[in-house]
Design a protein around this ligand. Structure first.
Ligand code: HEC
Ligand code: HEC
Ligand code: HEC
Ligand code: HEC
Ligand code: HEC
Ligand code: HEC
Ligand code: HEC
Ligand code: HEC
Length: 445
């Protein structure tokens, strides 16, 4: 069975070479044309890897890159003196050039400059680096989740945070990345040369398929769960319903800028946040069409171009662009009325949940009535859930049209937590004691 596949892949490569020859359409003998389209060096990688890692070659073989004659070397060749240049790989002894395992975004940028520049201006760019200076997060991961274990305390980071946010790759003297930092499916990986990003998260290697990136699952691997349930939110919307009912039949592979309503009947994550629609240009900057920040403790309108700031973006311009997306399929009243209710929900969260719970926290802190470890202080846990879980669900559910998340997983559970937090606060302020678990947890009282 395996051998049959190799033969098929090799046959595919041959067909591609022939296709390229016939496209070129001049009169040079075909042998030379073949070499020009896919050099001997390029064929060497493919032929050997078709048996060594045939999944990779099969993916590449199905890609737009293969059709254009862009092969392993275009992305993996590096200067022999690059710290990324691999040595000691069995099978590579006779290679005439140096190759790397890691492929930083600047390599893609040689042919896709705009996508890289737009990514670099987005909130995705900071996904790993913003975590580094936050001591409280290191404490959460290593001290609490990792229980300060001498050997294993970073396990939760390596298998959790890092796989969404990214890692700081370290390479050994053979150019190979170290096991503690590799592999990482995170979006903001930092490369040994300081470059940042990961272009494979939405269109996975080595097929680099535009259709894959346009489907909600491309985002859903990271945008899910109790603290930012965007994929669940999408499923709860009319748009998600229409996608689930008939998405399989939509046209997914039109070039960027040409994918328009008619190819699809309801927007996906990419359609609202990235794709071109009508006169609106496509963008790899997912921050560009946002008005609010909906993940921070307090929501504010975005304004500024510091990529590390939570307020990154131009809120007013972002709102206009987002409304342009809606206007491709909805009337202007539908759209303005929708955003009016959504904005109301965000303001309600700010003024009636975040402000009061934060005011209580400030008073308790001043009175010395918080435990040293916030993760065993019930008040602080509730404070955290209010902004980080329930509050985000309410805000993101409201702004993306998901009633179950705005209400039942959002404002409903949030008011319960606010009342409980207030009970603990009052107990502590009245008694001057933190209490073991706080008065109100005792069901007898
Ligand atoms: C004669 C066979 C052969 C040729 C030719 C070859 N490779 Fe490899 N390559 C291998 C083998 C074997 C591995 C190790 C796979 C493993 O460890 O599972 C490998 C590994 C790799 C790796 C990952 C590094 C590692 O240590 O696992 C990359 C990237 C790579 N090859 C790229 C290339 C490129 C690009 C070319 C062409 C310039 C090429 N290879 C040519 C056999 C070959
Ligand atoms: C369009 C660019 C591109 C092309 C073409 C390409 N690669 Fe890659 N390759 C990547 C990227 C990006 C990664 C992920 C690197 C990282 O982890 O930072 C990668 C990773 C790899 C890895 C290590 C990851 C793994 O899953 O083991 C191997 C091996 C590899 N490529 C081999 C090949 C071979 C063989 C070819 C040709 C058939 C090829 N690549 C063509 C961009 C490319
Ligand atoms: C040497 C130039 C070159 C490099 C390097 C390169 N690409 Fe491409 N890429 C192209 C060309 C040309 C096309 C258009 C292929 C087509 O029309 O189908 C393309 C198409 C694409 C597409 C769209 C495919 C589709 O389904 O329509 C994606 C996504 C993509 N590249 C991502 C990447 C990523 C990510 C990297 C870096 C890991 C990369 N490319 C590196 C030249 C390159
Ligand atoms: C590999 C994980 C991953 C994937 C896949 C992913 N994201 Fe993200 N996204 C993140 C992380 C992590 C953040 C938070 C970045 C930060 O602020 O540190 C984020 C933030 C965002 C933001 C907020 C940006 C800001 O400025 O606050 C939007 C909007 C977004 N992503 C949309 C998308 C869309 C749409 C897709 C799919 C087309 C997608 N993401 C795919 C991990 C991912
Ligand atoms: C399942 C993927 C995933 C995991 C695991 C994950 N995050 Fe996130 N994180 C995200 C996404 C997506 C966002 C963007 C939230 C939004 O826009 O609402 C985010 C946002 C954040 C933010 C706010 C963004 C900013 O710029 O300040 C911080 C801080 C953060 N995460 C830290 C962590 C830490 C620390 C861990 C591990 C303890 C972790 N995350 C685990 C996906 C993840
Ligand atoms: C958050 C998900 C996501 C990430 C990260 C991402 N892309 Fe894309 N990419 C997409 C989507 C979605 C499309 C299709 C957009 C559309 O419909 O116009 C796309 C399309 C493309 C295309 C095809 C453009 C064309 O003209 O046909 C290229 C090339 C590309 N991406 C390169 C990159 C590069 C390079 C990176 C890394 C800097 C990257 N992408 C990172 C989601 C992503
Ligand atoms: C119908 C269009 C639409 C669809 C589909 C959509 N979104 Fe959104 N998204 C929005 C709007 C509108 C906002 C709020 C923007 C504002 O006004 O601040 C938003 C906000 C967000 C945020 C919050 C950013 C922050 O500041 O915390 C994230 C993350 C996000 N979307 C990711 C996704 C993902 C992932 C998907 C798919 C699973 C998706 N969106 C589907 C329109 C959409
Ligand atoms: C590609 C077309 C398309 C785009 C773009 C689009 N929608 Fe929709 N939307 C639909 C369809 C189709 C329905 C289902 C209509 C029905 O229930 O009969 C729908 C339903 C809705 C609903 C449910 C209420 C209702 O009238 O059925 C809301 C709310 C909504 N859209 C808001 C938005 C917002 C906000 C945007 C922009 C951020 C947007 N839509 C962008 C196609 C679209």
């Amino acid at each position: 069975m395996r051998n049959v596949k190799y033969v098929m892949i090799l046959f595919g490569i041959l067909l591609i070479s022939i296709a390229l020859v016939s496209c070129a359409g001049d009169s040079t003998p075909s042998g030379e044309e073949e070499t020009a389209a896919l050099t001997d060096e390029a064929r060497e990688c493919i032929e050997c890897h078709a048996t060594e890692t045939h999944g990779i070659v099969a993916d590449w073989d199905s890609s737009g890159h293969a059709l254009q004659g862009i092969s392993c070397i275009d992305c993996h060749e590096v200067d022999p003196d690059s710290p990324l240049a691999l040595t000691g790989v069995e099978g590579h002894e006779d290679l005439a050039l140096s190759v790397s395992m890691l492929v930083p975004p600047s390599v893609c940028g040689e042919c896709h400059e705009n996508q890289v520049a737009q990514f670099n201006d987005s909130g995705h760019y900071r996904a790993h680096i913003q975590r580094i200076p936050k001591d409280s997060l290191t404490a959460l991961v290593e001290v609490h989740e990792g229980q300060n274990h001498p050997e294993f305390k970073t396990a939760s980071d390596e298998t959790g945070c890092m796989q969404c946010h990214g890692t700081e790759y370290e390479v050994d003297e053979t150019g190979h990345p170290t096991p503690a930092t590799y592999p990482s499916a995170g979006i903001g990986n930092v490369f040994p040369n300081g470059e940042i990003g990961n272009c494979t998260v939405c269109h996975s290697r080595h097929s680099f398929d535009i259709a894959e990136a346009r489907k909600p699952d491309a985002c859903g691997g990271c945008h899910l769960g109790p603290d930012h349930p965007d994929i669940e939110i999408y499923e709860n919307t009319k748009h998600g319903q229409v996608f689930a009912a008939e998405g399989e039949e939509w046209v997914w592979d039109r070039p960027s800028g040409e994918w328009e309503p008619g190819d699809f009947r309801a927007p996906t994550c990419a359609a609202c946040h990235m794709s071109g629609i009508g006169d609106l240009e496509p963008t790899h900057n997912v921050t560009q069409r946002l008005y609010w920040n909906l993940w921070a403790k307090e929501s504010r309108v975005r304004s500024g171009d510091d990529v590390l700031s939570p307020w990154l973006g131009d809120g007013e311009a972002g709102r206009e662009e987002m409304m342009e997306v809606c206007s491709a399929c909805h009337s202007s009243l539908h759209t303005t009325a929708y955003f009016e209710s959504g904005d109301k929900a965000v303001k309600l969260y700010n003024e009636s949940y975040w402000e009061p719970v934060e005011a209580m926290r400030v008073e308790l802190e001043a009175a010395g009535l918080l435990k040293e470890n916030p993760w065993e202080d019930e008040f602080m846990i509730l404070h955290y859930y209010i902004w980080h879980h329930d509050g985000r669900r309410a805000r993101q559910g409201a702004m993306m049209g998901a009633p179950d998340w705005a209400h039942w997983h959002g404002f409903f559970t949030m008011q319960q937590k606010l009342y409980r937090a207030r009970e603990i606060y009052e107990y502590r302020m009245e008694t001057g004691q933190i209490g073991i678990i706080g008065k109100a947890t005792d069901p007898e009282e």
